[in-house]
Design a protein around this ligand. Structure first.
Ligand SMILES: Cc1ncc(COP(=O)(O)O)c(C=O)c1O
Length: 444
């Protein structure tokens, strides 16, 4: 090992007793974000303790089961089929025509939808080279990652002044290789919903697909709409929408590792599958990217929907919206603070004309709050859940106190890091810094 190589832990020869393993595992949490007391504004979506207890029990009951095999575990096949049917129903799909599958999360779901559109185009005789998609810049990087892996061209189109997809600019970006438009309901950065109806029309006019990333909003917006709250159309009630992704492990209040990818016409779903005939291990047929799939996660996601039902989700989301309103009113009462765009639900961003918001986030972090930072424009990001009800008041108080001390905006935003509640140094090659960061994640 060179003197600069990080020290690595050797493989343990003798295992530790159960109690010691448990002690060490829990001790490792000491520096983790405090989501239990509503001090973290992202990453964890949680209904309440009673709901979590049910999910853990059901997860444990299916802890060892493997959804790779629908014949060995018909229970999991049934649950997955039920989940897909229930979410399709929630999103207003035509039960005779639509179809979908589960997946491990938003990133895999979006990947599968992009793959399905690509492989359908190739099957229809389009050359594989030069196929592409057109996305607003606010689309989740999962689309760009999918394009990269699948060898597709990705055209990112600047958003309008409202921070939503700019229809004319998207139309201009459509070229001969375009097979898919992407949109969000809502987008992660600002919680705004793209004009899905207009994009559906555009997709129809050009005979291309339209994938709506409703990983965040699929449950939330559909449930609130059924409760009578005005919400923009975004799913299968819009002509031209060919696929929608909705995560169970976000506002579906399911366990981590669960999502759905849904198609208006189940004929498109077949193009997401993979088969390999004649492998010595036996001919393979696989619905998604993964092989082995966790029975516990699927069963607990099924339990979440079955337990909450429309009434349960409605109560939860009404509470979340009340907390969101309280938080927004508190923050917007601070001089200079403003929302970025018009958020449609409980995900939003605030920026400031008077304060360096990154400085404020740094300061709040020293008090145990964790806030995601964003760039272009500099702003802070919030995802609200029921557990935030007690933390809104102290948070707004701390925010106001920090704002009183904060310097004005520096005019030079530090590159923000998605999901890491942190920023990078604004110098050198940013891609290299990011790759180093991942190296350190595993080497340290
Ligand atoms: C709108 C949106 N799409 C996609 C994703 C990716 O989902 P995942 O992290 O489950 O892969 C996220 C994650 O927050 C998201 O907010």
């Amino acid at each position: 090992m060179s003197p600069t190589s990080p020290a690595r832990l050797g493989f343990p020869i003798t295992g530790l007793p159960r109690e010691e393993v448990m002690r060490r595992a829990l001790a490792m949490k000491a520096d983790d974000a405090d989501w239990q007391h509503g001090r973290t504004w992202s990453l964890v979506y949680r209904a309440d303790d009673e709901h979590d207890a049910l999910l853990k029990d059901v997860y444990q009951a299916y802890f060892a089961e493997n959804a790779l095999s629908a014949t060995a575990f018909p229970s999991l096949r049934r649950m997955e089929a039920d989940i897909v049917a229930m979410v399709l129903d929630l999103l207003g799909a035509d039960p005779g025509r639509a179809g979908g599958t589960m997946a491990s999360g938003g990133t895999e779901s979006i990947f599968l939808a992009v793959k399905a559109h690509r492989d359908q185009a190739i099957a229809a005789g389009r050359p594989a080279q030069g196929l592409g998609m057109v996305l607003p810049t606010t689309a989740h990087p999962a689309f760009v990652k999918a394009g990269h892996v699948l060898g597709m061209e990705v055209h990112l189109v600047p958003v309008s002044n409202a921070f939503t997809a700019d229809i004319d600019a998207m139309a201009d970006a459509i070229g001969p290789g375009t097979i898919l438009l992407g949109a969000s309901a809502p987008c992660y950065p600002y919680g705004v919903v793209d004009p899905i109806a207009e994009l559906g029309q555009l997709a129809d006019d050009h005979s291309v697909g339209l994938h709506v990333d409703a990983c965040l909003g699929g449950f939330f917006l559909s449930v609130l709409r059924r409760a009578g709250r005005p919400t923009p159309p975004f799913a299968f009630d819009v002509a031209g929408v060919t696929s929608v992704t909705t995560d169970l492990h976000k506002y579906g209040y399911g366990p981590k590792g669960t999502s759905t990818v849904l198609y208006a016409d189940r004929a498109l779903r077949r193009f997401q599958y993979f088969t390999q005939v004649g492998w010595p291990g036996g001919t393979l047929s696989s619905p998604t990217l993964l092989g082995t799939r966790p029975g516990g996660a699927i069963a607990a996601a099924w339990a979440a929907i079955t337990h909450l039902g429309l009434d349960g989700y409605t109560d939860l989301f009404k509470r979340v919206m009340a907390i969101t309103t309280q938080l927004q009113e508190g923050l917007l009462s601070i001089d200079g603070l403003a929302l970025v765009g018009q958020p449609a639900m409980s995900v939003f961003a605030v920026g400031s004309s008077r304060h360096d918001v990154q400085w404020i986030a740094d300061r709040l972090e020293t008090e145990g709050w964790r806030i995601d930072r964003q760039q272009d424009p500099d702003c802070l990001h919030f995802i609200v859940n029921p557990g935030h009800d007690e933390s809104v008041q102290p948070f707004v108080q701390s925010f106001r106190a920090a704002a009183d001390l904060a310097p004005p905006p520096s005019g030079r935003s530090r590159p923000a890091l998605y999901g890491q509640t942190a920023t990078l140094r604004d110098e050198g090659d940013l891609d290299e810094q990011l790759l180093d960061l991942i190296d350190r994640q595993y080497d340290a």
